[in-house]
Each structure stands twice: as C-alpha cells, then as structure tokens.
Design a protein around this ligand. Structure first.
Ligand code: NDP
Length: 449
C-alpha cells in the first residue's frame, strides 16, 4: 500500500502489525486511508483526537464456540464471531455471513466497511459484522436449524434492539434469520427489532429482500444519468445468483436492460436472449440448486465452469454481486476492452485495488460497494424504525424511501469528492462523506473509546 501521508502510513503499518495475515482487512483499510489523505491535510482536529487511529480498531470482538449435532448424530464444532466495530452513530448494525471461507480478516474488513456504509445511509446506525465458518450448503433443514439455534444461544448475550442488530449476508437468508430470531425470542421472551430481514408476518419490512439489488440499480441509474444515459437496452452482467444478484437482475430488467449472464461458485451461464428470472429464482430460491440447472432448462443458455470467465462477455454495465475480489486487474481490462461503461458493486469489495485503478484511469463510471450496495442496510434501518413504532409501511412507501436514500448517497459522495478535489471519483467521495459523519460524532464524545 502506497500512502504518501506519513501519519496515515503509520496507522496502516500499525493495522498490519496488529492484524497479521489479515489481508482483506489490510486491503479495505488501505483503500480508505488513501482516500482520507486530503481530509487529514485539512483537519488537524481529527488528527489530534486520534480519530483515524481509533476507527481502524474494533470497539469489541466476540468469538465463541458453536457446537451442534448433525443428522448422523455426530457432534460438530464451528466458530462464531461478532465484530462490533463502531457505535458512534447508533447501535452496531451489519450482517451475519455463514460460509466456510469466513475468518477474522474477512469479518473485520466487512465490519470496517460497514461503519462508513451505514454512515452514508444517513440513518443512526453503527457498524458491525459477524458470522461463522459453517457452510449451510448441502445441510438439511434440521441441521441448519440446530446450528442457528446453537449460534444464537451465545450471540443473544451480546445483541439487542438498541445495542446490536444483525441481519443476513452470504449464506444467511430468510430461512436462517427465521431460525435465529425464533431462538432469540425463546431465550429472551422478547419480541423486538433485534434482527432485520425477518419474514413480513413477524416484523419484517416489505422491500428488505429486494433492497440491496434494487438499491444498487437506483444508485447505478444516478451514475448513468450523470453522463446522459440509463439502463434501457443496455447489456448487463450480474455475478452471483443469491439475494443481491437476483433482485439486481429483477430491477435492471424492469428498467429496460438485458441481463445476459449470472453465476454461482461453480460457474456462469450466458443467455443471449436475456435471463429468465422466474426459472432462475425457482432454481436458486426454491430448489437451492446449482446454476448449471438453468442451462439444462433453457436452450438458449450456455454453462461454463469457473467464475472468472463471466467478465469476458461483452457488456455495457457490470454488476458484481457475489463476493470479495472477484474482479482482478485482468478481468477489469477484459471489461474495458469489450466496451463496458459502468461497474457498480453489489458485493462487498468485489474489485481488487488494481481493478479499481484500471476502471478509474480508463474513465469508466465506478460505483464503490459501500455506496452502491448500502440499500440493504438502509432498508434494515427502515425495518428497525417500523419495529419501534409497531407499524408496517407499504411496499411503495419503503421503496420510495429507498430510492431517496440511494439518490442522497450518490449526491453526498459526488459532492464530497468534488469538495476535496477529486471530482467524479465516487470511491474517494464515499469514503470521505462516510468518514466525516462518524468523525464528527467521535469528536463530540471526547476520548471515550
Ligand atoms: P447469497 O448467499 O444470497 O449469494 C451469494 C452468491 O455469491 C451465490 O450465488 C454464491 O454462489 C456466490 N458466491 C459466494 N461466495 C463465492 C465465491 N467465493 N466465489 C464465487 N461465488 C461465490 O449472498 P448475498 O447475495 O446476500 O451476498 C452477495 C454479496 O453482497 C456479498 O459480498 C455480501 O457481503 C454483499 N451484500 C449483501 C447484502 C444483503 O443484503 N444480502 C447487503 C450488502 C452487501 P454459491 O451459492 O455457489 O456459493
């Protein structure tokens, strides 16, 4: 990481020393510190109060054993973690990820990014992330339920509607949130807004399921508008086929785009005629099947094993919605070579630093994750509000608020970039706008933690 400011490079060195081997966390912190250079040059008060030194260290990190019994009667052990990163703006808020790749580096990177993302939404939310190396794939309903119940026995001691409100992420969808919330209710005898992404019949918000994907497209629309374009008749690639990918595809199609490819961790399908979303949702949401199944059912679709090849398909707009570092420099140059004009991130940190540089240097519109995918957590914030007032808003009402929030995030990121001399660079703008709000709160509190 090349940081020209010696104060920031010192902080980065400390982060690396204190978190050895945590490469994803180093990457996320490095990107933000680089963006903060112009702020640090202007704001001596932020330097003196050690705001940046403090924001890169989690307030609290809870790690616990999760024991459960599989269908054959064998005792299984996984690790559970909650990283409560920063509560300056409100209760800790951020998803739970269940995936075999989960480790402290990934959860710290996600928790760190969540601080700035939640700040950008304009809602009173702190930043957190959590999860487990448990893999729900291939497990029976009973196994997933017993795991979630055991996970919640410990997590319930550390969360609450006004302290920490988890939600879903990779491997944690409506089913898992239902099991987790059911166990929380049973343990505490309380019906509160302690988890978001709940089913609509027990306190969930309409649009929460669609929110990250829809929000991504609303943000992308704003980016396209800035160069006099829109989604209509554009060819779009969407990686992944989970929650974010499915509803990004739905909204892009509603806005007139032709989504021609989607993927999962086994490979990607290319359907020149445009993805048939009903078939994709049946395979992914109902049957929990693999994406190759789509090509078996749709004659115009071709399946290719391996994830990376999806970025070699010519497109106008790329929406990475699977996982971190899925677009490297080589894939970025493939997109650029094939005429892509816009990359907006539905997944967290899907582009490597080299890929981001390539997008920016080649004049593509680039929408960084913490701004572009903030619609999910924003709608979680709206779910918390509805739970507090014991009311449920209509689909149209929540969707309208989501659109307003995404437009504001775009505007605030754009203006922050402009104010600090980086006009058009939404990555720098989002990092600065998100950071400044947290910094002002931390300055007001004094040196508490
Ligand atoms: P899901 O579990 O619903 O879907 C994840 C999708 O990505 C699946 O298609 C999965 O394939 C694929 N995937 C996961 N890991 C890998 C991998 N290592 N390599 C290739 N493909 C992979 O998760 P979400 O849709 O909720 O999350 C997707 C991304 O969006 C994540 O980065 C998440 O942090 C981010 N995000 C999610 C939000 C939300 O509201 N859900 C909010 C903001 C960001 P397979 O099934 O084969 O594993």
């Amino acid at each position: 990481m090349d940081l020209s400011n010696s104060y920031l490079s010192g902080i980065y060195a400390d982060v690396c020393r204190r978190n050895p081997g945590a490469v994803e966390f180093h990457q996320a912190v490095g990107e933000v510190l680089q963006s903060l250079t112009p702020v640090i040059e202007r704001r001596q008060d932020i330097v003196e109060a050690g705001i940046v030194d403090r924001i890169v260290e989690p307030e609290r990190l809870i790690q616990f054993r999760v024991s459960w019994v599989d269908d054959s009667g064998r005792v299984r052990v996984n690790r559970g973690v909650r990283v409560q990163f920063n509560s300056a703006l409100g209760p800790y808020k951020g998803g739970l990820r269940f995936h075999p790749s989960v480790n402290l580096s990934i959860l710290k990177f996600l928790g760190f990014e969540q601080i700035l993302k939640n700040s950008l939404t304009g809602l009173p939310l702190g930043g957190a992330k959590g999860g487990s190396d448990f893999d729900p794939k291939g497990k029976s309903e009973g196994e997933v339920m017993r795991f979630c119940q055991s996970f919640m026995i410990e997590l319930s001691k550390h969360i609450g509607a006004d302290t920490d409100v988890p939600a879903g992420d990779i491997g944690v969808g409506g089913r898992e949130i239902g099991f987790l919330y059911g166990q929380y209710k049973r343990l505490t005898d309380q019906t509160t807004g302690v988890l978001t992404g709940k089913g609509v019949s027990f306190g969930g918000s309409l649009v929460r399921r669609e929110a990250t994907g829809y929000g991504l497209c609303y943000f992308t629309e704003e980016m396209l508008k800035s160069i006099g374009k829109d989604f209509k008749d554009k060819t779009v690639l969407v990686s992944g086929s989970g929650n974010v990918a499915l509803y990004a595809t739905q909204k892009a199609q509603q806005l007139g785009a032709n989504v021609v490819a989607m993927s999962d961790s086994s490979g990607y399908i290319y359907d020149k005629k445009g993805i048939n979303l009903d078939i994709m949702r049946q395979i992914k949401e109902v049957e929990r099947g693999r994406i190759v199944e789509y090509a078996r059912r749709v004659p115009s679709a071709v399946f290719t094993p391996g994830c990376k090849g999806i970025w070699t398909i010519p497109c106008d707009i790329a929406l990475p919605c699977a996982t971190q570092n899925e677009i490297d420099e080589e894939s970025a140059f493939e997109l650029i070579k094939n005429g892509c004009i816009c990359v907006a991130e539905g997944a967290n940190m899907p582009s490597t630093p080299e890929a981001i540089n390539a997008f920016i240097k080649n004049g593509l519109l680039y929408g960084p994750a913490k701004a572009a995918n903030a619609g999910g957590v924003a709608t979680s914030g709206l779910e918390m509000s509805q739970n507090s007032i014991r009311m449920g808003w209509t689909f149209e009402e929540v969707d309208k608020r989501l659109q307003e929030i995404m437009r504001n995030i775009y505007k605030n990121s754009y203006h922050a970039a402009e104010e600090y001399g980086y006009e058009g660079n939404l990555m720098i703008g989002a990092n600065i706008a998100g950071f400044l709000k947290v910094a002002e709160a931390m300055l007001a509190y004094g040196i508490t933690y």
